[in-house]
Design a protein around this ligand. Structure first.
Ligand code: BDP
Length: 686
């Protein structure tokens, strides 16, 4: 048994399952293949089965082909599968990370096979089998093959070495404390298990804002510790990445420049890369935030982001490392009096002209929207717009703008919309999910990354139901075609067991929650309206006259940002024509993004038939009622869920209710005073 930590095991918590207890196949396991990752798979399998059946399965060596009543965990090259089981094409199709799970009682002698080309495939297959067992799926003629759609499925930590987490709402870092690595790594092991079980294969452990101490992570002082974490990850098929400070050659190397075209700078990074790979032979590479929010970058030297990233890429290339270069580049010191600037334009304006100039081991990491992880914003027009440059999508699981894990806000529905968004880059059917998985352009590396919502809280995510975002992200990164319903149902059963009342109440809670949160916060896609700095709670004009470029332009006549080509910022022109036309015209612009693209009078009538002002009033009243319904549903689960988790969610829902009322009253009052238009339903607005 592995030394698991005492933290909540989340969706890996197993409870006794009587229907499995009698299954003979679960009493013995034969393993074909040998590696650390296979050992992890075996440990997970024995642990899970023991927890579910009460019996520790025996490990048997080399049983003959006819032997029955066992699980065969097998590398395909070791076992040589009988032809009738899988044709060659299907096996090839499993690739490096896919697997097959089969059980044919009649000709397999009652054995259950988990088969893969690689040890990582076996690990993923094992977790899938455990899911099948835990959710009580039919085992009789099991015939599953699966492989991930996205080559890279990453988590980005924004952890600082002092133990704090930028935009963290679930406690302190699980990696760092007092400017060192934590000593007890049981929690990190559990974390690696959770991540591998949802298919994550790359993790950047430190904040993209790389401060002085974290700059040192790539020095001999800390590389042994980094290597230790990389070792824990490796056993779970995960490669470790580091966020690096672009100015490291100056801060660590004593150079007087970080100019990417100065050969001393390139040489410094080459030496540095060599050093890192001495410690971590499978090091994933660098995540870089450059020229953004006061971080250093190539702009200082009048160089482009292609120059900057290629220089790093060259250093990592001999070792197979990647440079993940973030596109969150904009002017955070802009003059708000100058209405011709529009922050939404920035990523596209900076990067699109550089298409084709990046080295094959550079990937551009693009936030889902052109602004910054708002509850609702348009999809970034940069996605799909660079045929000659690897791209990956960036989501934010940590709920910076979506209630900071005090409010329930299930983000899977939002992510589904974004993944399914048709960019029209290559005509109809060029959805974001196809672009970033490499299905449209011949990308060398690509996938999805997300800013994680995990800290050292007992339940990892602060709000226990926020675990569903973590789980859902991993599942979607593995397969963006999974439905919201599938993911939600699976997560609930794995996390809380098979009580049907629990599923019946939590499913609609999760399904409604994004919409509920959106209703009582900023309306119709306009975003922001939060307190500056920490981004929690309502403040309509918090950012209105600020240099950050985030405005709603509300006055007594109307509200919204005119981003049209006709007489606005022209942002709309960055989309492919089908989307540009849809957003440009008031008639076809979808209601939920109306104020993201247009400035309209309060009396403007939406497709819903309501005026903008009445929509604002109605949704804000509805939003609070929505939270009351969430509480009503959750209250029915008392006694059906353990006390700790029940209280954890109950308390947060009540905080949410209080704060939803505050949002409602601040927003409604603001717009009532600005517009002077009373609520048609005559409700109290202050
Ligand atoms: C903003 C966050 C800030 C991050 C930045 C980023 O407020 O803390 O550093 O994004 O993504 O949303 O770099």
């Amino acid at each position: 048994r592995l030394p698991y930590s005492s933290a909540d095991q989340g969706w890996l918590s197993y409870t006794n399952n009587e229907s499995l207890a009698g299954m003979k196949e679960l009493t013995q396991i034969a393993v074909y293949g040998n590696s650390d990752v296979i050992d992890s798979a075996l440990a997970e399998l024995t642990h899970g089965i023991r927890e579910m059946t009460g019996t520790l399965p025996a490990i048997v060596s080399d049983p003959d082909r006819q032997a029955s009543n066992l699980i065969r965990l097998a590398l395909l090259e070791e076992i040589g599968v009988p032809e009738e089981w899988m044709d060659a094409a299907r096996i090839k199709d499993l690739g490096e990370e896919g697997y097959a799970i089969r059980r044919h009682p009649e000709n397999g002698g009652g054995s259950l096979y988990v088969m893969a080309n690689t040890d990582r495939g076996l690990l993923y297959g094992t977790f899938h089998l455990l899911r099948i067992l835990r959710t009580g799926q039919e085992l009789d003629r099991l015939d599953v093959t699966d492989r991930p759609r996205n080559p890279l499925r990453m988590m980005n930590h924004w952890d600082n070495m002092d133990g704090s987490i930028e935009r963290g709402y679930a406690g302190r870092s699980i990696f760092f404390q007092d400017n060192r690595f934590v000593e007890d790594d049981a929690r990190i092991r559990d974390y690696a298990r959770l991540m591998a079980s949802i298919g994550i294969n790359g993790i950047a452990i430190n904040n993209v804002n790389v401060h002085r101490t974290e700059t040192q992570l790539i020095t001999r002082q800390f590389l042994p510790d980094v290597a230790n974490v990389a070792g824990i990850f490796r056993r779970y098929g995960i490669r470790l990445f580091l966020s690096v400070n672009y100015a490291s050659p100056m801060e660590l190397g004593g150079l007087d420049t970080a100019d990417p075209l100065d050969s001393r700078v390139g040489d410094w990074w080459k030496e540095k890369a060599k050093e890192i790979y001495e410690y971590i032979p499978d090091f994933g590479g660098f995540v870089v935030k450059a020229d953004s929010e006061h971080r250093p970058g190539p702009f200082t030297y009048d160089r482009t982001h292609a120059d900057g990233s290629n220089m790093l890429a060259e250093a990592l290339e001999p070792f197979g490392g990647l440079v993940i270069w973030r596109c969150f580049v904009y002017n955070c010191l802009q003059n708000w009096r100058d209405r011709s600037t529009d922050r939404a334009r920035a990523a596209y304006d900076h990067f699109k002209p550089l298409d084709g100039q990046f080295k094959p081991n550079v990937i551009l990491q693009i936030k889902n929207g052109p602004m910054d992880f708002q509850v609702r914003e348009a999809v970034s027009p940069l996605l799909g717009a660079m045929p000659g440059t690897n791209q990956m999508l960036e989501f934010q699981i940590t709920q910076e703008y979506t209630g900071q894990q005090k409010h329930l806000c299930y983000l899977v529905p939002q992510w589904k919309e974004i993944l399914d968004f048709d960019t029209f880059a290559q005509g109809q059917g060029t959805e974001v999910k196809k672009v970033v998985s490499g299905g449209i352009y011949p990308y060398r590396a690509c996938g999805i990354a997300a800013v994680i919502n995990v800290g050292d809280d007992h339940n990892w995510t602060g709000h226990t139901l926020a675990q569903a975002n973590l789980y859902g992200y991993g599942r979607l990164a593995w397969n963006p075609d999974l439905t919201e319903e599938d993911i939600t149902g699976e997560w609930i059963r794995l996390t809380f067991g098979g009580d049907s009342l629990v599923s019946a109440e939590i499913e609609p809670m999760l399904a409604d929650s994004w919409h509920v949160y959106e209703s009582y916060t900023s309306p119709l896609g306009v975003g922001w309206m939060v307190n500056p700095g920490h981004h929690y709670g309502p403040n309509v004009d918090g950012y209105e006259y600020s240099v950050w470029g985030t405005y709603h332009f509300a006055d007594c006549h109307g509200i919204g940002v005119n981003r049209t080509v006709k007489d606005g910022t022209g942002f709309v022109s960055q989309y492919f024509p089908e989307n540009a036309q849809r957003y440009e015209s008031l008639e076809s612009c979808p209601d939920e993004l109306l104020l993201f693209f247009h400035h309209v009078p309060y009396s403007h009538v939406l497709h819903s038939g309501k005026t903008v002002i009445q929509h604002i009033y109605d949704t804000h009243f509805d939003g609070v009622e929505g939270v009351e319904q969430l509480i009503g549903r959750w209250s029915k689960l008392e006694g059906h869920i353990d006390e700790w988790r029940y209280r954890n969610v109950w308390e947060r829902l009540h905080i949410q209710l209080d704060h939803a009322k505050e949002w409602r009253d601040v927003i409604n009052t603001y717009f009532y005073r600005k517009s002077g238009i009373p609520d048609a339903a005559g409700r109290t607005i202050y």
